[in-house]
Design a protein around this ligand. Structure first.
Ligand code: SF4
Ligand code: SF4
Length: 280
């Protein structure tokens, strides 16, 4: 942890500890974890990138300052930090999904549903951890007023965890609208906003999709053939087609068998060169 401030180290260590120890980060019928050790990054709440997200994502997207002020009415928020994490999906789950070509594996579907429930526990835990130390804190995805809105490109929400992770130096976007971190594209991510000031993590990239080989140099495109419904082409990702498949078709076909309501799909995040790292 050389070079980290005490506050940064405290938060980093708490996220790692909670993920390692929480029983909610375990499959119901085994001791295997949904997620491996997280990556953690920090963005300045006042980073102008959050204002630019209103142009890139849409005017519905909220800034860290708005979220803190809404959660703590009457208190103005200038500076602060967006604490972000990446929860890498376990190797066993990735392997199981690699073998699939139509429906997600049971392990993948359970991770999408119950692993994300653990991610919510982590959001709540970190918020409480910061509040107990006397700081204001709010988890945007659990905050009052969080919602999804219809846009020309499909459903969008008032806070994007992946855009926050980009601001916090944790990785870049990709052809299939995923997010490629040092631990690859197969993960879930989360964030909490606080008025605590921590030095921002460096962004070691120049382009918003630099970690994706196709976006970088035109090579790859492996995720295109992994998609069972043709939602990915060399020109981009059809968000609505992907949503209908992962959250309607897959639910109808395997939801009951797996005992989940939000299985997702994730075929384009496994069996591809960016599954576990930044492809070279
Ligand atoms: S599989 Fe290749 S083209 Fe698709 S997101 Fe990964 S690096 Fe990019
Ligand atoms: S998540 Fe599934 S449906 Fe969506 S783009 Fe990837 S492979 Fe296609």
């Amino acid at each position: 942890m050389n070079g980290k401030t005490d506050l940064e180290k405290d938060l980093h260590d708490e996220i790692i500890r909670f993920t390692a120890e929480s029983t909610a980060n375990r499959f119901p019928d085994s001791d295997c974890r949904y997620f491996d050790e997280p990556l953690v990054g920090f963005a300045a709440a006042s980073d102008p990138l959050f204002d630019r997200y209103r142009e890139i994502i849409g005017p519905h997207h909220q800034t860290p300052r708005e979220l803190l002020e809404r959660a703590f009415p009457g208190k103005r928020s200038g500076s602060g930090t967006v604490v972000c994490w990446i929860l890498p999906i376990s190797e066993a789950t990735r392997k199981s999904n690699r073998k699939e070509s139509l429906w997600p594996s049971r392990e993948w579907a359970l991770t999408r549903t119950f692993g994300e429930a653990f991610n919510n526990d982590l959001r709540r835990h970190l918020t409480d951890f910061l509040l107990a130390k006397g700081h204001r804190a709010v988890a945007p995805l659990l905050a009052e007023g969080w919602q999804t809105v219809e846009t020309a490109e499909g459903l969008s929400s008032t806070w994007s965890e992946r855009h926050a992770a980009f601001a916090a130096g944790l990785g870049t976007f990709s052809l299939n609208r995923g997010f490629i971190s040092e631990r690859g594209i197969a993960h879930r991510c989360g964030s909490v906003i606080t008025d605590l000031i921590i030095p921002p993590s460096p962004r070691r990239y120049q382009h918003y999709a630099e970690n994706c080989m196709l976006c970088r140099n035109g090579s790859c495109g492996a995720c295109i053939s992994r998609c069972p419904v043709g939602a990915i082409t060399r020109f981009g990702h059809d968000k609505e087609r992907c949503r209908i498949y992962g959250y309607e078709t897959v639910v109808r076909e395997v939801g009951e068998r797996y005992g989940v309501t939000s299985p997702g799909c994730g075929l384009c995040q496994t069996g591809v060169p960016c599954e576990t790292g930044i492809p070279l």
